[in-house]
Write a protein that binds this ligand. Structure first.
Ligand SMILES: [Ca+2]
Length: 336
């Protein structure tokens, strides 16, 4: 009973300590932005105009005499980072700086799954479609101010697809008689006033494992391996290998696309060795330490003899053995 208790308390696999995940925030600038203009009078060519290089992004709406006469919608595209699988996105806000506001206008952010548009070629006629249901809508009333739209849902939707680009379309969210313009700065606008996405997420506590090594021979090459989960290539793993005299050596390995890593090693001392793996924290992951793995390095008795006395002694021993054998055989043949 006592023995069982001791065994239970001495469990090397519980030696790794995992902290609670920390939250981090990324600010992503837009990678493309432009507005499009619906003006469709015969003498007007604005339907085919592109405004992608302008410093401003417009959301405009003129509803008069019972009809919508003209509209301007803004398109923004963001390139999301390669979040590891399982990253918890806490929030994502689209931030736009309003430079001019003619009158209070509700502006809605809509998701578009079509990222094929080009900043310097998008026009009213070739603009991509968007989801009818808006993601978020707010009233833009005062100029010289930042506004934010909660687009958490759209960021999550994008991360679930293979495409890492996110298109958001800003359109007027009004139906009554109005003649309103809101003008935001584009990515060509002054630095510090350009559109961006603010994404807050939890860093992942990865699991770092180290495979058992088993007994090894002196100077025998063998593999020290393990894996990092969730699988992620290019993670630097530092292996600290401690020899029987307590001298430590650090070796590094990179994870492959399966999250596996390895080094090839040969121990130069007999006795009990220890190895532990550690990964650094980065933008997406907390640091992580594996359980410690120990292995015994043994020496082949023949090899030890050779190493201790050298080849000449070994050859002399062989010669003596052969001589004895030949002597015995000659005796036998004489008796036969
Ligand atoms: Ca632009």
């Amino acid at each position: 009973m006592l023995f069982t208790l001791i065994l239970a308390s001495w469990n090397p696999t519980t030696s790794s300590v995992q902290a609670l995940p920390t939250t981090d925030t990324l600010l992503l600038p837009s990678v493309a932005d432009s507005y499009v203009d619906s003006k469709n009078l015969v003498v007007d060519s604005r339907v085919n105009n592109n405004y992608g290089r302008l410093e401003r992004l417009e959301v405009y709406y003129w509803h008069g005499f019972g009809v919508i006469t003209e509209e301007r919608f803004t398109y923004l595209m963001f390139n999301l980072p390669d979040f590891p699988n399982g990253t918890n996105i806490r929030s994502a806000y689209l931030k736009l700086y309003a430079k001019e506001v003619s009158v209070t206008l509700r502006v809605a952010a809509h998701y578009s799954s079509d990222n094929s548009w080009n900043e310097t070629r998008i026009t009213w006629d070739n603009k991509p479609q968007w989801t009818i249901q808006s993601t978020y809508s707010l009233a833009v009333a005062t100029p010289n101010k930042w506004y934010s739209w909660d687009v958490t849902k759209d960021v999550k939707t994008t991360l679930q697809t293979a495409d890492k680009f996110l298109t958001i379309v800003m359109i007027p969210d009004e139906t009554g008689d109005l003649d309103a313009t809101v003008h935001f700065y584009s990515r060509e606008g002054p630095e510090n006033f350009r559109p961006y996405l603010e994404i807050t997420y939890d860093k992942i506590n990865p699991t770092l494992s180290l495979d058992p090594v088993g007994d090894k021979g002196l100077h025998e090459a063998f593999r020290i391996s393990g894996s990092f989960a969730p699988a992620r290539p290019g993670i630097t793993i530092t292996l600290t290998i401690t020899d029987p005299d307590g001298q430590a050596e650090a070796r590094t390995a990179k994870t492959d696309s399966q999250g596996d890593y390895h080094i090839d090693y040969a121990a130069n001392k007999k006795g009990l060795w220890k190895v532990v793996a550690k990964s650094e924290s980065d933008q997406f992951f907390e640091e992580s330490t594996s359980s410690e793995v120990s292995f015994n390095v043994r020496v082949d008795p023949w090899r030890e003899l050779i190493e201790k006395w050298g080849w000449p002694i070994f050859l002399i021993v062989i010669a003596i053995v052969v001589a004895i054998f030949l002597y015995i055989r000659s005796k036998r043949s004489r008796w036969a």
